[in-house]
Design a protein around this ligand. Structure first.
Ligand code: FAD
Length: 373
C-alpha cells in the first residue's frame, strides 16, 4: 500500500500508542514506519515506571497531564490484555522516592507541599505524602533500609510495567485493529504537497498520506529541519543495570530501584549529556550501584548480570511537545520524555486531537510555540 490516511513515523512507544489511538478513533489505513536501528532502544530500554509523582513541579498543567495518565493506567493495561493477550506486568503498588539525611527529607517535603498547592489551583488532587524512616521501612518490610535513609515521598497511586511487553502489546493491538506496521523502513524526506497531502520518502519507496505524525524521537529533527521547523530537544543518556533473580522482596518500586515480578532488580537513575552515544560507562555504573547500596544494602549481595544505556528525548522544560506545524497543519510532531507513563493519554487524547475529533484543553499548553521556535 503506498496510500495511507495517516502515516506515523516512529514505532516506539509514542508512535505505536498514537497509531493505536488513531484506529480506535475511527481512522482507516494507518501506517507506522519504524527504522529499527539497534542503537534506538529508548522504548525498550527504559525503567518502566508509570508515574506522576515529582512531575510538573513548576508546571501545573503538566502535573495534571501526568496525573490523568497515571489514573488511566489500570484500565488501559486491562484493555491491552483483553485485546492482545499480553500481560504487561502492571503492578499498581504505588511508588516512592527515598531521601538520604534530614536536609533532603526537608527539601522533598517542601516540594510535595509546593506541587500540592499548585495542583490545587487547577482543581487537581496530588495524593503524595512524606513517610518518615519507620513508615518507609514498614512499607517494604522485607527490604532493610540503609542507615542514611531518612524517609521517602510516597504515593499509592502509581506503578510499573515491563517496557518490552508494553511495546509488543501496543504494536500488536495496532495491527489487530488493522494498522500496518512497517519495520526496517527508514524515512528520508517529508514533502508537503499543494493539495494538503504529504509524500513520505522511505528506504523502500514513497508513500502518500493525508495526515502525518512525526514521533521519531531523536530521528525527528533531521526530518523537520528541511521543512523549516526547529525541534528543541536534546539527548540525555541514562544507564540501567540488571541483577540475577532473587526472591521477591521489594514490592513497591523506588525511583532508582525496582524489582520485577520475575525477581530481577533494576537500578539506574544516571543522567548524562552524552550526545547520541548509548554506551555504558564504568563510572556511571559504579555511582549508581553505590547509591543503590546506600539505599538497600542487600543489593551488595547480588550478581549484576547486564547493563545498557539509552538516550532520553528531553525538552527544555521537561514537558512534552505536541505540536502542529504552522505551515503544514496536517503534520503533527510528538517529542517527549516519560512517554511510558503518558501512554494511555497518547492513545485516548492525543490521537483524537490529531484527527481533529476532540481536543483536551491541556493539549495547546504543550505546543512547540512556548519555546519561541
Ligand atoms: C534510562 C531511561 C529510563 C527511562 N525510564 C522511564 C520511565 O520509567 N517511565 C517513563 O515514562 N519514561 C521513561 N523513560 C523515557 C521513555 O523511555 C521515552 O519517553 C520513550 O521511550 C520515548 O518513546 P518514543 O516513541 O517517543 O521515542 P523512541 O523510542 O526513540 O522511538 C522513536 C522511533 O522512531 C524511529 N525512527 C527514528 N527516525 C526514523 C526515521 N527517519 N524513519 C523511520 N523511523 C524512525 C526509531 O527507530 C524509533 O523506534 C526513560 C528513558 C531512559 C533513557
Amino acid at each position: 500500500m503506498s496510500e495511507a490516511d495517516v502515516i506515523v513515523i516512529g514505532g516506539g512507544v509514542t508512535g505505536a500508542a498514537v497509531g493505536l489511538g488513531l484506529l480506535e478513533e475511527g481512522a482507516e489505513r494507518v501506517v507506522i514506519f519504524d527504522e529499527q536501528l539497534p542503537s534506538q532502544r529508548l522504548s525498550r530500554g527504559n525503567f518502566g515506571l508509570t508515574w506522576f509523582m515529582c512531575k510538573g513541579a513548576n508546571n501545573p498543567i503538566y502535573a495534571q497531564w501526568c496525573r490523568m495518565a497515571t489514573k488511566a493506567w489500570p484500565a488501559f493495561a486491562a484493555q491491552l490484555m483483553e485485546e492482545t493477550g499480553y500481560d504487561i506486568e502492571l503492578e499498581w503498588t504505588g511508588g516512592a522516592v527515598h531521601a538520604f539525611g534530614e536536609e533532603q527529607f526537608r527539601q522533598y517535603a517542601a516540594s510535595v507541599e509546593a506541587i500540592t498547592r499548585s495542583c490545587r489551583e487547577v482543581g487537581l488532587d496530588y495524593p503524595v505524602r512524606m513517610l518518615n524512616r519507620e513508615e518507609f521501612a514498614a512499607l517494604i518490610p522485607e527490604m532493610p533500609l540503609g542507615e542514611e535513609v531518612s524517609g521517602a515521598m510516597y504515593t499509592a497511586e502509581q506503578g510499573h510495567i515491563n517496557p518490552l511487553l508494553l511495546l509488543a502489546a501496543l504494536r500488536s493491538a495496532f495491527q489487530k485493529r488493522g494498522g500496518t506496521y512497517k519495520g526496517a523502513h527508514s524515512v528520508s524526506a517529508i514533502s508537503p504537497k499543494d493539495d494538503g497531502s504529504i509524500a513520505v520518502a522511505t528506504s523502500r519507496g514513497t508513500y502518500h498520506c493525508k495526515k502525518l505524525v512525526v514521533a521519531a524521537g531523536h530521528g525527528s529533527p533531521r526530518l523537520l529541519t528541511p521543512l523549516g521547523q526547529k525541534l528543541p530537544i536534546y539527548p540525555q543518556r541514562g544507564q540501567l543495570m540488571v541483577s540475577e533473580r532473587y526472591q521477591r522482596v521489594l514490592k513497591v518500586p523506588v525511583l532508582c530501584t525496582r524489582q520485577t515480578p520475575d525477581g530481577t532488580f533494576l537500578i539506574g537513575l544516571s543522567t548524562e549529556d552524552a550526545a547520541l552515544s548509548s554506551e555504558v560507562t564504568i563510572d556511571a555504573m559504579k555511582n549508581q550501584a553505590a547509591n543503590a547500596i546506600r539505599l538497600f544494602p542487600l543489593l551488595k549481595k547480588l550478581n549484576w548480570t547486564r547493563s545498557w544505556g539509552a538516550i532520553r528525548v528531553m525538552t527544555p522544560d521537561g514537558a512534552p511537545i505536541y505540536t502542529r506545524l504552522d505551515r503544514f497543519e496536517n503534520i503533527t510532531v510528538l517529542a517527549l520524555h516519560s512517554a511510558v507513563s503518558l501512554t494511555p493519554l497518547h492513545v485516548k487524547m492525543i490521537a483524537p486531537w490529531i484527527l481533529g475529533t476532540n481536543e483536551a484543553p491541556q493539549i495547546s499548553h504543550f505546543s512547540n510555540k512556548r519555546f519561541n521556535v
